[in-house]
Ligand binder design. Structure first.
Ligand code: ZN
Ligand code: ZN
Length: 359
């Protein structure tokens, strides 16, 4: 953060309690009144303005993240304004910020490389590590206490709604950078979900020669104009061996296998979808990779501040995230929002919650 002016440590108009989504235990959620968190050393209190739910929240609620402790306030795709700070933090009051999810301890070998997404002290809060909305409370609430290392100032002209994409855009951009995208190349993206659609648009803005999107059904039809070509999964064989760079955000072994088969000889494949444990890849002739001289790369999240650069592209309208938000709800109607998202009602891609009335 560039702005460093004297700051009120706590604002008088910050209430003592707030409304928040609370995952009480695996499988049980409610909207509750809870204490407003106090920002600790290195943290800022963010008044949340726009906050989305994603498939990771479903996994958290299902109890599939061992590092999450219940009861838990979820939410990791959000934006807001800084209204108070911890003791050692200097931050311009009312700064508009977007939140990045991974905060490293800062001192382990991976953090020193800038790869704080791979922090060796994952989940150990006492080391300074935090995974916002996963190991610490998140932004499906009126306020969130967030390590300032996770904050990006929103460029002028980037709304709170768009700023809620800070983390997602970084994840998509990192995958493309992992894949060393060069201007004019043919890119195929697997998975027309939120991240895949960010990746497809960013690939175009980075000079891809063409971008094809692989998926199925209504979602695919809805975003046809964002790419050069959409391809139904059932028809994916016709892309075999055609892509310079394949980026996979579909999150299944089938998609990973198809992604590898879609790369041309000497091409690159970036697998970013299956971030959970327990999915095995089988049914692939290894010679496809070895004799094909294909780079197959894993990509996890958004290290090295890549989200900040993604926000620059967002400010230059190189990527349209507005249309990926299919539904808006006040925070109080979280239950309805959750069902809309998890059941993909009305072709839901992303569902946005607003803790502040009228936003
Ligand atoms: Zn997410
Ligand atoms: Zn670390």
């Amino acid at each position: 953060m560039k702005a460093a002016i004297e700051v009120p440590r706590a604002r008088a108009d910050v209430p003592s309690t707030m409304r928040a989504v609370v995952f009480a235990r695996p499988g049980a959620y409610a909207i509750e009144t809870v204490p407003v968190p106090s920002p600790r050393r290195g943290e800022a209190l963010v008044r949340v303005r726009s906050s989305m739910v994603c498939a990771s929240d479903q996994k958290i609620l299902a109890g599939k993240f061992p590092a999450t402790r219940f009861p838990h306030v979820p939410g990791h795709e959000f934006s807001g304004e800084v209204v108070a700070t911890g003791d050692d933090v200097h931050f311009a009051p009312r700064s508009r910020v977007g939140v990045e999810v991974h905060v490293g301890c800062g001192t382990c070998d991976r953090c020193r490389e800038g790869m704080y997404t791979l922090c060796q002290n994952y989940g150990k809060r006492e080391t300074g590590h935090a995974h916002v909305g996963f190991t610490i409370a998140g932004g499906l609430a009126e306020y969130a206490a967030v390590p300032v290392a996770a904050l990006h100032a929103l460029p002028d002209g980037v709304s709170f709604d768009d700023g809620a994409w800070t983390d997602n855009l970084g994840v998509a951009l990192w995958a493309l950078e992992r894949g060393r995208l060069s201007a004019g190349e043919r890119v195929v993206v697997f998975g027309p979900g939120a991240i895949g659609l960010c990746a497809a648009q960013l690939a175009r803005s980075m000079g891809a020669g063409s971008v094809a999107l692989v998926g199925r059904g209504e979602r695919l039809a809805r975003v046809r104009d964002l790419v050069d070509e959409v391809v139904e999964v059932s028809d994916v064989d016709r892309l075999k061996g055609s892509a310079d760079l394949v980026v996979e955000f579909a999150g299944s072994a089938d998609a990973a296998r198809a992604a590898i088969l879609t790369a041309r000889r000497g091409g690159r494949v970036v697998l970013g979808g299956s971030t959970g444990v327990g999915t095995e890849l089988s049914g692939l002739d290894l010679s496809t990779i070895v004799r094909g001289n294909i780079d197959v790369l894993g990509s996890l999240a958004n290290p090295k501040g890549v989200s900040g650069r993604a926000l620059t592209l967002l400010a230059r309208t190189q990527v349209d995230v507005k249309r990926l938000v299919t539904h808006h709800f006040p925070l109080e109607r979280f239950g309805e929002a959750w069902t809309t998202f998890t059941e993909r009602r009305d072709g839901a891609i992303r569902v946005m919650l607003h803790p502040v009335e009228g936003n």
